[in-house]
Design a protein around this ligand. Structure first.
Ligand SMILES: [Zn+2]
Ligand SMILES: [Zn+2]
Length: 253
């Protein structure tokens, strides 16, 4: 599985890009940084977009991608996959004709840019099998376990302390990597708890729920304002499994 990290920050500042992963050159996981980081040629390769939840930093670029593809004139309808509730958030609050045109409808005799497809638990697309699990964040938020023939990778999405995802991870064979959010430094654990995110110290507690003690952990969704602080806390832990994910990197599993 090839994973190109377009963006992996929990906010936006120059040099810091909200979350988007481009997988196997056809699937986007979260739409925080598609059009700011991917060439128009590569934007045309996108076939599916998988969304963890409806917060703006995870969906905003579906708007600009739709506009680019529409103006370029040739495109294939892209499937946006998530839970029914999250797709409803997008339809009602973004594609409502006020914030942005409804890109799920055909216009000017052209096919719709997007088709919204709800997933219950499992989904199979282009050689990837995707399992969705509710995590602890907004009113509707998902983490994903994505597998191919070689193994599985896990994306926590935005979450506070959670259990069901780790129970599934503990039952899944051949986990190659876990992408885990870490939004705040330890001193702000209270804010992390209230906003249903993780801090450096709560990440350590989450790791204790994962039986596989060798799988690498890639921390992401660090708030740019606290990036240096979180990075130095992680370094001090001296745990060789923990990596801070970098925008612009490509990983193969
Ligand atoms: Zn977020
Ligand atoms: Zn969020």
């Amino acid at each position: 599985m090839k994973i190109r990290v377009l963006g992996c920050s929990g906010g936006q500042l120059p040099g810091y890009f909200p979350v988007s992963f481009f997988m196997n050159d056809h699937l986007i996981l979260d739409a925080g940084s598609i059009t700011s980081c991917l060439s128009l040629k590569d934007q045309h390769k996108i076939r599916e977009i998988l969304i963890t939840h409806g917060h703006l930093d995870h969906i905003k670029d579906i708007c600009f991608l739709a506009e680019n593809l529409f103006l370029a004139g040739s495109y294939r309808t892209i499937s946006i996959y998530s839970s029914e509730a999250i797709l409803m958030d997008i339809k009602k609050n973004i594609f409502n004709g006020i914030v942005w045109p409804d890109m799920t409808k055909s216009s000017f005799q052209q096919a719709p840019i997007y088709s919204l497809r709800s997933i219950k638990k499992m989904l199979s697309v282009n050689g990837l099998s995707i399992e969705a699990t509710a995590v602890t964040h907004s009113h509707a938020a998902l983490g994903y376990i994505i597998s191919d023939k070689k193994g599985a990778v896990v994306f926590s999405g935005d979450t506070g302390a959670t259990d069901e995802l780790w129970e599934k991870v503990n039952r899944t064979k051949n986990i190659r990597a876990i992408f885990l959010e870490c939004s705040f430094p330890s001193a702000l654990s209270d804010i992390a708890w209230k906003s249903r995110h993780l801090s450096t110290s709560s990440v350590i507690r989450e790791l204790q729920k994962i039986k596989n003690t060798k799988v690498p952990i890639y921390l992401y969704h660090l708030k740019p304002v606290y990036f240096e602080k979180i990075q130095s806390e992680i370094k001090k832990l001296g745990n060789s499994r923990l990596h801070i994910l970098k925008s612009g990197s490509t990983l193969n599993f």
